[in-house]
Design a protein. Structure first.
Length: 333
């Protein structure tokens, strides 16, 4: 691997539409030459979900689904809070750019147990914050480092996967929700009903308000891409998996069939016509910033160069400098 920084690798290269850029223009980015994902971690019995005590207030499910959290701006107007967790911790989102095309990057739905996904989104936000030129014309980037701050507070062991109610937040979404759900061969809690948890409710409301053109969820540790789709391969999302696979080198496995899953966020979004994929990092320690920054830039280039921002193809000096020399990430063998 080169010693150049991710910024240098993205900005460098020759002028003109070539390499990865041509593939992004044509969407012909089917993965090739990659092996199967890493073996899942050994099964461990998750902690039992906590019981909601009788003295806790109950909230009508329909009202929960309709309530929209108020975004609270921070002084720099780039970081807002979109809701709060069971234990009252803020769910924050970074926002960069003012374009009509919104791309959303979401980490940490499994809290501290997949903490490198939290670190990755924080690193992406810091990279863009320090170099605003990485946000292309017509694009707005929104980044939520963790949907599960209570799980982060519980640490990197299995307890940190769940929220403070013992619910797996990636089994709590409305598409294909089941009253009993699984992680590997273990039964886990999906919550008493879809969007029962304040964290999923807040993210749902935020994404609906933002109307994203594409959403990426970061997890670990399969080392692959999985496409959203409620009961079948998502028609809205397949192209997104292909594009990101070609840019990042993660194989696009398309469907997750290693064990039964239900009520996931990307499936729910795809069902609503919003392209969504899960990128699984290759382990639970490395945030893999470089390859995922390349993926983010390839996605922005796709929208800018295909005229998807509403103003026709945007080929400015900024777009040329960021897109012309963009090359796919080649994983170490």
């Amino acid at each position: 691997m080169s010693n150049a920084t991710p910024h240098q690798k993205i900005a460098g290269g020759v002028a003109g539409c070539a390499g990865l850029l041509l593939a992004a223009c044509s969407l012909n980015l089917a993965p090739a030459g990659f092996g199967p994902p890493s073996t899942p971690p050994a099964a461990v019995t998750p902690p039992a979900p906590s019981t909601i005590s009788a003295d806790q207030p109950t909230v009508d499910a329909e009202m929960l689904l309709l309530s929209l959290p108020t975004a609270t701006p921070y002084p720099n107007d780039q970081l807002i809070t979109i809701g709060r967790s069971v234990e009252g911790r803020e769910l924050t989102a970074w926002q960069f750019g003012q374009g009509p095309v919104t791309l959303a990057l979401i980490g940490g739905i499994h809290g501290g147990y997949e903490f490198n996904s939290v670190v990755l989104v924080e690193q992406l936000a810091e990279t863009v914050r320090s170099d605003p030129g990485l946000v292309l014309p017509g694009i707005r980037l929104v980044m939520v480092p963790t949907v599960n701050p209570d799980g982060v507070a519980r640490g990197t062991e299995l307890e940190g996967r769940f929220n403070a109610n013992g619910v797996d937040l990636n089994r709590n979404w409305g598409c294909g929700w089941e009253p009993e759900s699984y992680w590997q061969d273990q039964t886990i809690s999906p919550g008493p009903f879809p969007f029962s948890e304040p964290e999923t409710l807040a993210l749902r409301a935020y994404l609906l308000a933002m109307e994203p053109a594409a959403v990426i969820f970061y997890h670990s540790q399969f080392g692959a891409i999985f496409v959203g789709g409620c009961g079948e391969v998502g028609a809205a999302s397949k192209w997104l998996g292909d594009l990101l696979s070609g840019a990042t080198g993660y194989p696009n496995e398309v469907t997750f069939d290693y064990y039964e899953i239900s009520g996931t966020a990307d499936d729910w979004l795809d069902e609503r016509g919003i392209p969504a994929v899960t990128i699984e990092l290759t382990n639970q320690t490395d945030p893999e910033l470089e390859r995922n920054l390349i993926g983010l830039m390839a996605l922005q280039c796709h929208f800018a160069l295909n005229g998807s921002t509403g103003a026709g193809p945007v080929v400015t000096a900024q777009v040329e400098s960021q897109c012309a020399g963009l090359k796919p990430y080649v994983p170490d063998q």
